[in-house]
Design a protein around this ligand. Structure first.
Ligand SMILES: [Zn+2]
Ligand SMILES: [Zn+2]
Length: 339
């Protein structure tokens, strides 16, 4: 029997990955699979598994050979439960990876790639300790922090190699997966010599190797904030993404992204409140295209409003309370999601 090289890919599916980013990750995954299939050695040895995590962790692809490694459609949910993902990874390894015995050589040590926005919202220390003690033992953990708000002081504790993929554009992520394919291809040819991958493979322009002894300082000011909205007319959830403008010291609306029906099913995790006055720019509802917005005084839900609202009362799409419209409120707070 061939010794397999199990490769576990852990994918963060929190809000920071919503929209085009998640599409690009799905496409990138297929680039990875097809690139590996072209290498006869990888085709024979590499077995892939994908674990997604948001409010909970889930096995999206059970460890299987490359031709069978089909990814289900991904969707985002609030939360970055990396700890839960590490626990699930450990259980998968215990179940799926063949141990070496006195008589037979088992699988190669599993490789782990984590793609995350880098801000776990659950306990990850306990799960990490348990993962490090798993039998059969794991090979290297590569963490790829994506976006502007990556906390490398945490990721460096988890991973042997930390990389920063700052840009989340479709092109940048496509490049990342090309790099990932080349890495796994290289590793499949020398599964034991996993140590200097980051040195042996050229990084593309968007991908930076993080010095683990001197991780970049984590900024207290979030570069992006995520607000949950509900369309007042269609009762559908959407995400509003704001980007921080350092010169002007406010957040500018960057995009609005429609979300799946079950988005709120796993609850939400709130970050500290921010003053609505620091939010600038037009927020276009992706469902009804209204460009104004409001907040329910009862449940705190945010929703779309028409610029020229004619009714004097409206119904909150979340808690269904009838609300009198007031435009005179000088200031109110909104609670972004933890992302
Ligand atoms: Zn709407
Ligand atoms: Zn309400």
């Amino acid at each position: 029997m061939t010794r397999r090289l199990p490769v576990y890919v852990l994918l963060d599916c929190s809000e920071s990955m919503a929209g085009k980013t998640l599409d690009a990750i799905e496409n990138g995954y297929y680039t990875l699979v097809s690139a590996l299939q072209k290498n006869p050695y990888a085709l024979e040895t590499v077995y892939l598994s994908v674990i997604t995590f948001d409010a909970k962790a889930k096995v999206a692809v059970e460890l299987c050979d490359l031709p069978s490694a089909k990814l289900p459609r991904l969707s985002v949910h609030p939360g970055t439960c990396l700890g839960a993902a590490l626990d699930l990874l450990r259980q998968s390894i215990e179940k799926e990876v063949v141990k070496t015995t006195k008589d037979t050589k088992g699988d190669w040590r599993p490789l782990i790639f984590i793609l995350t926005d880098g801000q776990p919202t659950d306990d990850w220390q306990g799960p990490l300790k348990r993962l490090k003690a798993v039998k059969p033992s794991i090979g290297y953990i590569y963490a790829i922090g994506c976006g502007d708000d990556v906390d490398f002081t945490i990721l460096r504790e988890i991973a042997d190699v930390c990389l920063h993929n700052k840009e989340l554009s479709t092109q940048a992520l496509a490049k990342l997966f090309v790099w990932l394919s080349a890495s796994v291809n290289t590793l499949s040819q020398s599964p034991e010599g996993v140590v200097s991958l980051e040195k042996s493979l050229p990084l593309n322009q968007g991908l930076v190797l993080i010095d683990k002894d001197r991780p970049p300082k984590f900024s207290e000011i979030r570069q992006r904030v995520f607000l949950h909205f509900t369309c007042r007319k269609q009762c559908q959830p959407y995400l509003v993404v704001y980007r921080y403008n350092q010169d002007l010291n406010y957040y500018m609306c960057q995009e609005t992204i429609s979300l799946s029906d079950d988005f709120f099913s796993s609850g939400t995790m709130k970050a500290p409140a921010i003053d609505a006055n620091s939010l600038q720019g037009e927020v276009e509802c992706p469902y009804c295209h209204d460009t104004a917005w409001g907040k329910c005084g009862f449940c705190g839900n945010l929703f779309c409003l028409s610029e020229n609202q004619s009714e004097s009362t409206i119904t909150c799409p979340m808690c269904k309370t009838k609300l009198g419209l007031s435009f005179s409120e000088p200031s109110f707070d909104v609670e972004p999601s933890q992302g």
